[in-house]
Design a protein around this ligand. Sequence first.
Ligand code: FES
Length: 143
Amino acid sequence: MALYSEKVMDHFRNPRNVGVIEDADGVGEVGNARCGDIMKFYIKVENDIITDIKFETFGCGSAIASASMATELIKGQPVERALELTNRAVVEALDGLPAHKIHCSVLAEEVIKAALKDYYDKHGIAYDPALFAETHDCEHCDV
Ligand code: FES
């Protein structure tokens, strides 16, 4: 069996929504302590819907595929739905990642939350800090 699914290879070779949104409503950037890779997301929000999203990453192929899939999963979705996106959902949508690459999908979950938090902060929208308190440690993931 191939190490990477066809979906992973597709999103790695043809990543969706790569780039920068200059007038983004929210920007999030996170780094992965394990590998030192970095991911940055930009979102546009209108009427509580994520109307546009772009990403940049200095990361591995699995990080690129995870970010690309994550953007597809939350584009057009309400902010609340995007907040619920887990790395597990990203991995499932990619038809799996090798166990030692699960942490790359965690980066995608964390960066979405960082961009949404920035959106809330910039727009003076009240939120429950507990929503962002959890720091996801992929060593404890059971995906
Ligand atoms: Fe660093 Fe994949 S190895 S994000």
